[in-house]
Design a protein around this ligand. Structure first.
Ligand SMILES: Nc1ncnc2c1ncn2[C@@H]1O[C@H](COP(=O)(O)OP(=O)(O)O)[C@@H](O)[C@H]1O
Ligand SMILES: [Mg+2]
Length: 329
């Protein structure tokens, strides 16, 4: 499965390289860069949204709640937000938002529906691309399906400012594909040792196989911030020492009964109890993401939605270091 993804990345990388060569050749002729290929045109002309994947390794740690409440905080600030439910087969962004979608990503991939008709509008005007639940078929996307989905999203002229991808648990090829497609990766962990180990395993796989070497961490379901900082220190220490991964602390979300209540009511805590401890934490997390977005734009300029990783792959592969799980540190 890893080879599948690597092959796909190699193909895309080849396209990107070709486009870059064409662009350079053209620029050399007239004295300034003139994009000629589709890819280069996209780079030069399109307003490209910031893309963020929320992932964790372990399930049930709070990915969907982080995604949805971040999305609402961005919408509240006037941003045009898209949430992609990428937990194909066990999707629940719609459930958390109290929405009942008629169609799902699966209908786009089967060619039955266009992406515009599948997308639905949620609270505060956020757009949601829902996925199906209880459908095993799509828990593994073929290479063609991945490329098709990438193409649909890339050609969707919807002018989003930010795209949040709620991935499934684990490190399946689907999860890795969605993580590879975005600019920032927000890892959700809890103080539960299994969650810490799984977060480490996820980062390890993304680093060893795909050279992803920076992640942001949010620690959920903590009683006091010290617990979150302990989780961060543990992960940061092993990630830095064994894998040369940069891990950035993005904040924490406290364990909150009001959040549990809001989940039961299918109304996001940000809207139902805006003063709840978790709602305030989501708001502060959204602020951190915005700061990071600004820094990324200053540093990297405009990124390419669903293409950036491919273009970035020119970096040499990392030296394999003995990777030791957190417990043995
Ligand atoms: N900060 C929190 N406080 C209390 N309960 C939480 C918190 N975060 C998550 N939960 C509980 O965990 C459940 C799973 O959260 P969810 O976001 O669906 O996880 P994931 O998407 O990672 O599987 C929620 O339904 C809620 O009951
Ligand atoms: Mg989820």
């Amino acid at each position: 499965m890893i080879e599948d993804l690597d092959n796909q990345v190699a193909t895309l990388k080849e396209w990107a390289k070709k486009a870059e060569q064409e662009r350079k050749a053209d620029g050399a002729q007239v004295g300034k860069p003139v994009p000629t290929s589709v890819l280069a045109r996209r780079l030069a002309e399109r307003k490209v949204p910031y893309t963020l994947a929320v992932t964790s390794g372990k399930g049930g740690v709070g990915k969907t709640l982080v995604t949805v409440n971040l999305a609402l905080n961005f919408a509240r600030q006037g941003l045009k937000v898209l949430v992609i439910d990428a937990d194909l087969g066990l999707a629940n962004v719609d459930v958390v938002l109290g929405l009942t979608p008629q169609y799902t990503i699966e209908d786009i991939l089967s060619g039955r529906m266009s992406i515009e008709n599948v997308a639905i509008t949620g609270p505060l005007g956020i757009t949601v691309l829902p996925a199906a639940s209880g459908v095993a078929g799509l828990s593994y996307l073929t290479e063609e399906q991945r490329l098709a989905l990438m193409d649909h999203i890339d050609h969707w002229n919807a002018d989003f400012d930010i795209v949040l991808v709620d991935t499934g648990a684990g490190i399946s090829s689907n999860v890795r594909y969605f993580i590879l497609s975005v600019e920032r990766i927000l890892v959700v962990a809890t103080p539960d040792p299994a969650s810490i180990t799984d977060a480490y395993a996820l980062m390890k796989v993304m680093f060893m196989n795909h050279r992803i070497d920076h992640f942001d961490l949010v620690v959920n379901q903590v009683r006091v911030e010290r617990e979150a900082l302990d989780v961060y220190r543990t992960l940061h220490r092993v990630a830095d020492r064994f894998l040369s991964i940069g891990l950035n602390y993005a904040g924490f979300v406290p364990y909150d009964d009001l959040l549990v209540q809001s989940v039961r009511k299918q109304k996001p805590v940000t809207l139902m109890f805006p003063e709840a401890p978790s709602a305030l934490a989501f708001s502060s997390l959204a602020g951190k993401v915005l700061e990071r977005w600004h820094q990324d734009r200053e540093r990297n300029g405009q990124a390419l939605f669903f293409w950036r990783r491919v273009l970035d792959e020119s970096a040499p592969a990392p030296a394999a270091r003995p990777a030791t799980p957190p417990e043995s540190d």
